[in-house]
Design a protein around this ligand. Structure first.
Ligand code: SF4
Length: 510
């Protein structure tokens, strides 16, 4: 809520934030959301910017930002949009701004339209064909100060934000005319409090990387299968359900041509279809056979093992008590194996109500991605009620789930915050968050760096990082890189084991 003078409320410390603004109007806009002395007017153009550097350095800001108006280099970026620099460039130098994805996310959360990319700083007003040349070189916006002021940050954190006033199709007559850019002025006013939040997240930190993390052998195999089919097959490659539970993996495969469907009725007769890593019920296989689909099965071999155990127990005449989560694809697939003989058990409190034909003939199986201690609670209750309960030859909770849970537990106790990279429908990723929370540490699940809230990082010295078995390694790398833009990082890997498991590919793609 704004105060009586229409200023945005300021939240967070600005004791170390200094924002350089070239023009009086820019400084005025920024001061709507920041204390007056957190904004320094530095003057327009390269010469004044360079002259301002010693004054900025003498104030020893812990977090230094440049903010103001800018010009877009393509018409994809509109007046009033915000550009956060991933780097600032001059004709002969480049300075990176690694925390850009975190700052951009915070600006988006504040309701602004935000683009990230290189900003070019020129020593003159850029017009016409020169805009196109700079755009061709990859820059998305242009100004006359940012890169010349960047030296003031030294090797410390730097943020550069420009609110767009002019575009190739709506060029600026003169930088001095920006007073007319009412929308840009309003938007720049909203940038100030977000820069303050960025500054409050700035500090040197320790990162504890939980090892193992990210892709397991089953996920690598499933993605490899789709990948190879996309290269080898001429026609479309359909995938029933998400191949693995990760939004970004699915988006990337979709961009390459994979067609994700919920059910086989969306797949034309005779087409190639991949079954996801979570497995399918026999009824799905029958439907595929009826439609003469060319099936390539990416079911993880460890999930396949649970299906085989279900058939074995049912053949012995046992009732199968399946410990898992209702609605999860793996649960649905396994329940579908022997539906007449299987009962789903989600919580210890479910156990009292279970009725079986013969309490001496009961076996249990588990969803592979449960938290070990969570499954232990249900299993204990089952053993108490059914003393003759039998189980699989080995525990069904898979090696990758077990290892990732042990690893996250190994870092959570020494961390102020745990971030787990994974999608919200990824069971094993959610379990990692729960494991960290059970250690008493605040933990969040994020699809990637763009979901990290700067507020979480305030007062946090040590961050534990992990990723679910379906989340690519590169997403953790991107997160570490962005955190490195908020201060120096001491990154330590804590590995509880090294994984060497590999599964062979199905014959169709070997
Ligand atoms: S988490 Fe385990 S069961 Fe699931 S795909 Fe990976 S290896 Fe297979």
């Amino acid at each position: 809520m704004a105060d009586r003078r229409g200023r945005a409320p300021y939240r967070g410390s600005v004791t170390t934030l200094l924002v350089a603004a070239a023009l009086r109007v820019e400084a005025r806009a920024l001061r709507r959301g920041l204390p007056r002395d957190a904004v320094l007017r530095t003057g327009m153009g390269p010469a004044r910017s360079k002259r301002a550097v010693p004054a900025i350095v003498s104030r020893q800001p812990g977090a230094f930002a440049v903010a103001g108006f800018g010009g877009a280099l393509t018409d994809d970026v509109a007046p009033g949009d915000v550009v956060v620099a991933t780097e600032v460039r001059t004709a002969d130098a480049v300075r990176a701004c690694p925390s850009a994805p975190l700052l951009a996310a915070a600006l988006r959360a504040a309701g602004l339209t935000v683009h990230t990319g290189p900003i070019q700083s020129a020593d003159h007003v850029v017009h016409g064909a020169e805009r196109a040349e700079l755009a061709k070189a990859g820059a998305i916006a242009v100004d006359m100060e940012s890169a010349f002021l960047a030296d003031a940050a030294g090797d410390g954190p730097l943020a550069v934000v420009r609110v767009i006033v002019d575009t190739p199709s709506r060029p600026l007559v003169s930088p001095a005319t920006v007073t007319g850019g009412f929308t840009a002025y309003q938007v720049l006013g909203r940038v100030g409090p977000v820069l303050a939040a960025w500054a409050s997240a700035v500090r040197d930190r320790k990162i504890l990387l939980a090892g193992p993390r990210s892709f397991c052998a089953g996920v690598e195999r499933a993605i490899d299968i789709v990948d190879r089919l996309l290269v080898e097959r001429d026609g479309p490659v359909y995938v029933r359900k998400q191949i693995v539970h990760n939004k970004k993996v699915v988006e990337e495969l979709e961009e390459r041509g994979a067609v994700f469907v919920e059910e086989l009725d969306e797949v034309p007769e005779g087409a190639t279809v991949v079954f996801s890593a979570h497995g399918v019920a026999p009824s799905v296989r029958e439907e595929a056979s009826t439609k003469q689909l060319d099936v390539v099965d990416a079911t993880c071999p460890l999930v396949g093992k649970v299906h085989a155990e279900a058939k074995r127990f049912a053949k012995q005449g046992n009732t199968i008590l399946f410990i898992g989560h209702a609605g999860h694809e793996e649960t649905e697939g396994t329940l579908g194996e022997e539906p007449e003989h299987t009962v789903l058990v989600e919580e210890p409190s479910d156990v009292d109500n279970i009725q079986v034909p013969d309490p001496r003939r009961v076996s249990y199986l588990m969803q592979t991605t449960l938290a070990a201690d969570e499954a232990e609670g249900v299993l204990g209750a089952l053993r108490t009620k059914f003393p003759d309960l039998t189980g699989p030859n080995s525990d069904d909770i898979c090696y990758a789930t077990t290892n990732r849970q042990l690893a996250v537990r190994g870092v959570a106790g020494d961390s102020d915050l745990v971030l787990v990279v994974g999608s919200s429908n990824s069971s094993n990723s959610l379990r990692l968050v729960e494991v960290a929370e059970r250690e008493g540490t605040a933990a969040y699940l994020v699809d990637g760096v763009e979901q990290v809230d700067l507020g979480w990082l305030r007062d946090v010295d040590t961050i534990g990082l992990s990723a679910g078995a379906s989340a690519p390694h590169k997403l953790v790398d991107e997160l570490v890189a962005a955190l490195g833009g908020l201060g120096r990082l001491e990154v330590t890997e804590r590995a509880v084991t090294r994984e060497t498991v590999r599964f062979t590919l199905p014959k169709e793609v070997r």
